[in-house]
Design a protein around this ligand. Sequence first.
Ligand code: HEM
Length: 166
Amino acid sequence: MVFAVVRFLHIIAGIVWAGGAILMNLVVGPAIGATGDTGRQFAGHLMTKTSLSKVMLGSGMVTVLAGTYLYGVNSNWFSSGWMQSGQGIGFGIGALAGIIALVFGFMIGNTNGALTALGAQIQGKPTDEQMAKMGMLRKRQVLVTTVNTIATIISIAMMASARFLG
Ligand code: HEM
């Protein structure tokens, strides 16, 4: 019964988290980038005045904690041969990718915070130092977003197919 409830929570939270990450990274983020000042104003509101960060952090944590419990029960707390079966390896790869996605999700949040803080500091024309910092933060944003997207897709793909791997 506990397993069924945790599995239910895992799947619902996983759908919210992974779907949210893919939509943000592939649709909303690029739309923000393409719409200049309006986009920046929208992004500022989205990051600071809505529950987006809390929803993403909360659903990500529930997915990983519940998933770790499910993996623990299936593997007799990381001791049974299930871990070497096709299913065990499949869920293991999906789990690892999910944990990487969570870590890079945190990094996206931090980088967004640093970009917002820098944007608020810039009054009028940015200094050379501010331009250099902005360039560095934007590069980091592209890197962490790309890793987050790829890890999320791998996690979803493995979760959807692992049980058929024997
Ligand atoms: C990207 C986020 C994730 C999504 C959308 C997701 C979704 C799912 C779904 C739909 C299932 C049911 C699969 C089936 O019964 O055939 C499942 C099962 C499972 N997930 Fe995830 N998952 C995610 C991340 C994770 C993570 C991070 C872990 C571990 C830390 C994990 C561990 C597991 C385990 C062990 C099962 C097997 C449960 C069982 O035996 O029924 N998942 N997941």
